[in-house]
Design a protein. Structure first.
Length: 279
């Protein structure tokens, strides 16, 4: 049985223990219904082209409401456009959990951490899932501090493309290579290979819940067989001391400092590049 916590009452030591042992913790009621509506409205506005940017042109008038959600399956770094999305990077309930787990595997962690990425992932009715991967592969912290936060904006079930994971896959310290593929029912993102998926398990979530998971955890999603949209907002964090060689930078500086001091502040900051992908 999948262990679930509630943001309003949880045991700190148990959260830490479960994150270390399982590679994730599932926490319910992280955001309110009104905050969910705020985020969802921003997803629609960005897809519609309400914010001026080169990557997203104004949508055709025939698209409206929820149909706009799936104009793009992936929208990377939406906080660059939206102050509302930016504000959720430091949301009190999200940081309440992150304060306890980001650097739990890093010796002498001082409690400081930063956000390196935000992303909308929307699976439309009949839309493909995501292939097996570890977030540590494209975001190479290599110090075991990478934490993904997967915020459910609708109930997520086996039918509508919830996340699946491979138990204990975060423990080995192996980063599996990803390859181009022609696999059916998953999108064109590269797929990780070289491991057994027979033990895979689903993580079904209530709307407004958040999954906090290790960058080493192998996970995927399957085709959305339902007639409903499955939008999610994801955020990625790591310790402030992490030297992140990413996006063509020796030490990636398109960050948002969340807690504590930024040890690389003298290097300045860069503006993250917004990106979109349809499938």
């Amino acid at each position: 049985m999948l262990l679930k916590y509630n943001i309003n009452h949880f045991a700190e030591k148990q959260i830490i223990k479960d994150y270390i042992e399982n590679g994730f913790v599932l926490v319910e009621d992280v955001i309110s219904n009104s905050e969910n509506i705020e985020i969802t409205n921003e997803l629609i506005k960005i897809n519609r082209g309400d914010y001026e940017c080169n990557e997203i042109k104004t949508a055709h008038q025939s698209l409206s409401g929820k149909s706009l959600m799936s104009r793009y399956m992936y929208i990377g770094q939406p906080h660059v456009l939206s102050k509302i999305i930016h504000s959720f990077i430091i949301h009190e309930n999200i940081t309440k959990i992150l304060d306890r787990i980001v650097g739990v595997n890093v010796p002498f962690w001082d409690g400081s951490y930063k956000c390196v990425q935000t992303m909308f992932v929307t699976k439309k009715p009949g839309g493909n899932g995501s292939p097996w991967h570890q977030d540590e592969h494209p975001i190479p912290t290599r110090d075991r501090s990478l934490v993904g936060v997967w915020l459910a904006l609708e109930d997520t079930t086996v039918e509508n493309s919830c996340l699946w994971y491979i138990p204990n896959s975060h423990k080995k310290g192996i980063i599996y290579e990803r390859y181009e593929h022609n696999e059916p029912d998953v999108d064109s993102m590269p797929i990780a290979r070289g491991f057994d998926i027979s033990s895979q398990m689903p993580i079904e979530m209530r709307s407004n819940s958040a999954l906090f998971f290790s960058g080493y955890l192998l996970h995927s999603s399957k085709k959305n067989f339902s007639d409903s949209y499955r939008p999610a907002l994801t955020l990625h964090y790591c310790t402030s001391s992490t030297l992140l060689s990413w996006q063509g930078e020796k030490n990636y500086r398109g960050i948002v400092q969340v807690k504590g001091k930024d040890p690389y502040i003298s290097e300045g900051y860069t503006k993250p590049n917004l990106w979109v992908k349809k499938e």
